[in-house]
Ligand binder design. Sequence first.
Ligand SMILES: [Zn+2]
Length: 283
Amino acid sequence: MTTPPLIIGDFQIHWLNGGNFRLDGGTMFGAVPKVLWEKKCKADAINTIPMSNDVLLVKTPDHNIIIDTGLGNKLTEKQLSIFQVTSPWSIVTELIALGLSREDIDLVLLTHCDFDHAGGVVMYDAEGNAELTFPAAVHYVQKTEWEDVEQPCRRAQSTYWPENFELLKKEGQLKIIDGYVEVAPGIKLRHTGGHTRGHQLVELTSKKETTVHLGDLFPTHAHSNPLWIMAYDNFPLEVINLKEEYFRHYREINSWFTFYHDPLVKACKLDELNNINLTWPPA
Ligand SMILES: [Zn+2]
């Protein structure tokens, strides 16, 4: 089922299928006991839960923007089976259905560079040659994130895959930023850290309406308790503090929060206790 676009002032936000997979439920909820998280997300016999990788397309009057790029089409048969990919990456055909080609995308905003977010930066064409999925787009990454792509720590070596980045640098489509930057009118990137050292959020504002994409700081609606964080977070205490800070800040301006990994809920609003009081699509 396709989610209807969320309208933020003059912006339209669409969710595209970046490849759905299944992950161990425990890893998605860190120290939270299974008896609690399973009330929100039912696990199967081998303890996995369904996860989306929803690529956000933001159409503004002047730009076509992609936020994160999904799993891509470069996974081997073995990887497809390990990650239990249940529906393969199909963002290119979904863009065509929306009247856009790969060349129409002019900005790609990467929250961070784990393979589930950056796997679609480079794709295979019909002959199996690697090429940039969005050849005309400037790709934005935070400075500390790129430092870690170039020299990953022991843990990041298994999630930052060189084949997702080599072409980006070679073809000059990479833009490294540092901190809080407005990359186009109403489109801001802000360094957060927490999940990875160089993780960033995306803030979209048009006609006094705002939505924020907190990336892997707020992966699904089931993570609205600031203490419910993933075992994948590299700096867990930072994530808890960042969630409290950004939930408060964006709640106060009545912002939407959009999701990347949620199979059901694509965006929500939070009340002052961080309970969800509105969802997209509407419940
Ligand atoms: Zn992720």
